[in-house]
Design a protein around this ligand. Structure first.
Ligand SMILES: Cc1cc2nc3c(=O)[nH]c(=O)nc-3n(C[C@H](O)[C@H](O)[C@H](O)COP(=O)(O)OP(=O)(O)OC[C@H]3O[C@@H](n4cnc5c(N)ncnc54)[C@H](O)[C@@H]3O)c2cc1C
Length: 374
């Protein structure tokens, strides 16, 4: 059978792309070398935030929030999405000035969703924050979801909409054929008019098969989860000056991340936490939320993520071939925008253009000498 679109990778980007394409009447095959939600999309911190994003990503993040607010009806499954707000905490007056400059920059771009909090207002929202914390920045209409449940829900809905899957087959070649592409996976050939590269931290290898060579490195952000403690925290918290992402789940456990890196075994495509960095992370948590002192850590883990030189994803048509679409390299914050990335990919294929601005994510931006790391 010849497909309209072959999607490579069944993380949230590939699954959301496949679902949106199927909803627009396209015949879609997803090829995944392991299992849906096996990599970053299934093991991340679940933060759904527009707060503190690079301005180029804000239109996508705000559009994604509209989908998240209705995600359970859209996917027909409980994704444990909560809109409890995202918060950045300032630990010094110098950091408050950073927040003030951020709000001014966003205002000049026409955004007002990030709001400054003074010392008292911060404590009304997070009463257990440490005395040295002097202010914050909040976006109230966002929060977090369960990464595994949400990604799996995209998989299930895509299946219900008729998307075909080849699971456990790694794509080893992508070649042009007369009408589009021949994709070789698990020793079989699959033909499609379009190919969509959603291969996550391995997207550079698929891009090279298509003819687009791009810089991408792999990193392993680390997570910890504590045992259950009584509810004390509403929003997802981060810091201005130190690595921390911090949230309490419905069950009472506290999820701690923020970007400390673990070790990657490239051959086995597995990652393990670095104990020294876990200690730094735990120390930060206790300093900012003293209530966390003596709370036992139940489990730690890492996921593997693709990082670009400017911390922005590759999202858009191939330079070598416009009937190849890239959506990879989400730099540690792609879960939140996954639902809208799927819509953008479908628009590029069905309408020929995206309604959202994606020029900053062009696959060839590092190949243009005058633009560098735009
Ligand atoms: C620990 C951690 C915490 C994070 N926290 C957050 C957060 O709080 N909020 C947020 O927004 N983002 C967060 N992120 C980032 C987010 O998880 C990723 O940006 C997002 O999941 C990327 O989705 P993806 O579909 O591109 O990649 P993936 O989920 O990695 O999916 C890519 C898929 O492609 C498959 N694949 C690769 N090569 C091939 C091939 N040759 N053939 C077939 N299949 C192939 C892989 O097996 C994989 O399943 C975090 C990431 C990590 C690791």
């Amino acid at each position: 059978m010849r497909y309209d679109v072959i999607v490579i990778g069944a993380g949230i980007q590939g699954l959301a792309s496949a679902l949106n394409l199927a909803l627009r009447g396209r015949r879609v095959l997803v090829i995944e070398k392991t299992a849906p939600a096996r990599h970053a999309s299934g093991v991340n911190a679940g933060g759904v935030r527009s707060l503190w994003r690079h301005p180029a990503e804000i239109p996508l993040a705000r559009a994604a929030l509209q989908i998240w607010h209705d995600i359970e009806r859209f996917l027909g499954a409980d994704c444990q999405y909560h809109s409890n707000g995202s918060l950045r905490i300032a630990e010094s007056e110098a950091e408050v000035e950073v927040l003030e400059r951020r709000v001014a920059e966003l205002a000049s771009l026409g955004y007002d969703h990030e709001r400054l909090l003074g010392r008292e207002a911060l404590r009304e929202i997070v009463p257990h924050v440490a005395p040295h914390c002097v202010g914050g920045l909040i976006s109230t209409d966002e929060g977090s979801a369960s990464p595994y449940h949400a990604t799996w829900a995209f998989y299930q809905r895509a299946r219900r909409e008729g998307v075909d899957f080849r699971l456990g087959d790694a794509v080893s070649r992508v070649e042009r054929d007369t009408a589009g592409w021949r994709v070789v996976a698990g020793g079989e050939n699959h033909a499609g008019d379009f190919v969509v590269n959603c291969a996550g931290a391995w997207g550079d290898a698929i891009a090279a098969m298509i003819g687009d060579r791009v810089p991408l490195s792999r990193e392993a952000p680390t997570m910890m989860v504590t045992q259950r403690i009584p509810q004390f925290l509403g929003p997802v918290c981060g810091l201005v000056g130190r690595k921390l992402s911090f949230k309490q789940t419905d069950a009472g456990t506290v999820l701690i991340g923020g970007g400390h890196r673990g070790f990657i075994d490239e051959a086995r495509e597995q990652a393990t936490p670095d104990a020294r960095k876990l200690m730094v992370s735990a120390q930060t948590v206790v300093e900012v939320f003293p209530i966390m002192r003596n709370v036992p850590i139940a489990r730690t883990w890492c996921g593997i993520e693709g990082m670009t030189p400017d911390q922005l994803p590759y999202l858009g048509p191939g330079r070598a071939a416009p009937n190849a679409i890239h959506a990879f390299g989400f730099c540690g914050h792609g879960f939140a925008i996954g639902p809208v990335v799927g819509r953008v990919v479908a628009e590029l294929i069905v309408d020929g253009e995206s309604r959202l601005p994606i020029a900053p994510f062009a696959i060839d931006r590092f190949a243009r000498p005058s633009q560098g790391t735009a």
